[in-house]
Design a protein around this ligand. Structure first.
Ligand SMILES: [Zn+2]
Ligand SMILES: [Zn+2]
Length: 216
């Protein structure tokens, strides 16, 4: 059974997720740790639970989701899985992050492409990949179809009560609505939603109450 730990990192309170299962293998989704104390919290959690991180998964390439990528990838010798359309943001992460007044190490660009309908595996866990452009061109969601433990990591595509902004470069409102309504919410009401910011929710709850999720 896959377990999940949420960390809130950096000034943007970005959600970094650590996923692992009974094998001890783990993946780190959107490593946003920036300060030394944030990095320490992540390392201590991994070490005290005897976990072995094997991959970095990126829901998208925005700097708040990537700030800890270089640290994490060096610490555990990990490669990053990212959609090719967001790879330019990873390649220029240092420069972009400096525009917001933060300094980070340059992430490795030796990445593995995520594709729509693809699978990511670690331990006994399989995650499905959905390409959900609209917040960024290469945004993806990861979901697990495990019976009794269904969840989806939505990055900045879907939040509790809100949706991702589309006014940044690569953003497109119509594309985001298409991703949300015809690719994401159709996976099923029972899925826990673990977003890139803010509290967790579920697909069912968002379909009931999220004012942005409207079919026109
Ligand atoms: Zn974002
Ligand atoms: Zn974000």
């Amino acid at each position: 059974m896959t377990q999940i730990k949420t960390f809130y990192f950096n000034d943007l309170r970005e959600c970094t997720y650590l996923l692992w299962d009974e094998t001890g293998e783990a993946v780190i989704v959107d490593p946003g740790c920036h300060s030394d104390s944030e990095k320490d919290r992540l390392v201590k959690f991994v070490e005290s639970n005897n976990l072995v991180p094997v991959k970095i998964l990126q829901t998208h390439g925005h700097f708040d989701h990537i700030m800890g990528n270089a640290f994490v990838s060096k610490k555990w010798n990990l490669r990053t899985y990212i959609h090719p359309a967001d790879k330019p943001q990873l390649e220029r992460a240092k420069q972009y992050t400096e525009m917001f007044g933060y300094t980070i190490d340059e992430p490795s660009t030796d990445t593995i492409d995520l594709i729509d309908g693809g699978l990511v595996q670690f331990g006994n866990t399989t995650l499905n990949v959905i390409h959900t452009p609209g917040h960024t061109r290469g945004g993806v969601c990861f979901y697990s179809q495990q019976e009794g433990n269904k969840f989806v990591l939505t990055g900045d595509t879907l939040f509790a009560g809100s949706i991702g902004r589309t006014d940044l470069p690569g953003g497109d409102y119509d594309e985001l609505m298409e991703s949300l309504l015809s690719k994401l919410v159709v996976i099923g009401n029972e899925y826990r939603v673990l977003p890139g910011h803010g509290p967790e929710t579920s697909i069912g709850e968002e379909l009931r109450s999220n004012p942005f999720l409207r079919y026109e």
